[in-house]
Design a protein around this ligand. Structure first.
Ligand SMILES: [Zn+2]
Length: 307
């Protein structure tokens, strides 16, 4: 990991990180997870992106918070943060060799063949169909495939395509529950907006749903909607925003005939709402839909709606 990547992790909004860790943040305060706290004594300094507990003295930045809360070492905490926010970090051993090269491009040819004949192993089938009840047609449309690494770890392989159907990146998701790292990206992967080929299928009057992460996107597609996904609520990059505004302007050119509307079920947490507001700036007509109180994201909602 280089300095720049590390800084990205340090710059993640600390309150968002705290929420990802399961803390409830209100008025820049939370119950301190490091001592038996009954009155919120952990406070966040947004300007400095730090936390401090006035009772037990715990303090630090985003990485410290993850290290202490999840009992991880520095490197593991960095990986966890990167995974949670879909930040691509390169392991330091590799970096030494590759950092001499200017941004190595994604080797699409090398990966394309994996998605020509997708194959789902037992773990992938369990994850996609038994746990998430996704529609087989959606899994096929998304060309999800799976593989096992040398250590026998099963991975779900998720291809990212641009609007023209060109492979631009690959995201690997660890199928072992709770395993770290949860995600892995081949060198140069451009995993920005997910499921762009769906834009070619938009028909007049269609609703286009914006989801957070590919899992919610699969659920949305399985529910019969057209959807794209942005990678992460806590870290919407400039590039994602640019891509969205390009999509929006391209769709508006033909919008007289198409009149596409944008919709979203923000996650029921602060990062979710923040994301909605950020997106609304790029897509002014974005419509806010409220998830029921017992559903934290659309995947949850989708599953409850099946019963
Ligand atoms: Zn404390």
């Amino acid at each position: 990991m280089d300095k720049f990547e590390l800084q990205k992790l340090r710059d993640l909004p600390i309150e968002g990180v705290a929420e990802r860790l399961g803390l409830t943040v209100k008025h820049h305060k939370a119950l301190c997870p490091f001592h038996a706290d009954s009155h919120p004594s952990l406070s966040f300094k947004v300007s400095k992106n730090t936390f401090r507990c006035f009772v037990c003295g715990a303090s630090g930045g985003t990485i410290d918070l993850v290290m202490r809360h999840l009992h991880l070492d520095f490197k593991e905490a960095c990986r966890w943060l990167a995974d949670e926010h879909n930040i691509i970090i390169v392991e330091s051993s590799k970096l030494k060799v590759e950092s001499c090269l200017p941004d190595k491009p994604f080797d699409a040819q090398r990966y394309e063949r994996f998605f020509e004949r997708p194959w789902l192993n037992e773990e992938a089938r369990r994850f996609l169909f038994d746990e998430r009840h996704l529609d087989e047609r959606v899994v096929r449309w998304c060309r999800l495939t799976s593989w096992k690494d040398k250590q026998g770890v099963p991975w779900l392989q998720i291809p990212y395509y641009d609007c023209e159907g060109k492979l631009v990146g690959v995201q690997n998701r660890n199928l072992v529950k709770g395993a770290i790292p949860r995600f892995r990206f081949p060198q140069g992967s451009q995993c920005g907006i997910y499921n762009l080929p769906i834009l070619n299928l938009l028909k007049p009057g269609d609703a286009l749903w914006i989801t957070e992460g590919c899992s919610d996107c699969w659920a949305m597609l399985s529910a019969g909607h057209k959807a794209i996904a942005i990678p992460s609520a806590t870290l919407l990059t400039k590039k994602d925003i640019e891509q969205l505004s390009i999509i929006n302007s391209q769709l508006s050119i033909v919008n007289c005939q198409l009149s596409i509307s944008y919709h979203m079920f923000p996650d029921r947490d602060e990062p979710g709402e923040r994301l909605f507001l950020q997106l609304k700036k790029v897509l002014p007509s974005l419509v806010h839909h409220q998830l029921p109180p017992d559903c934290k994201d659309f995947s949850d909602y989708y599953l409850t709606s099946l019963h």
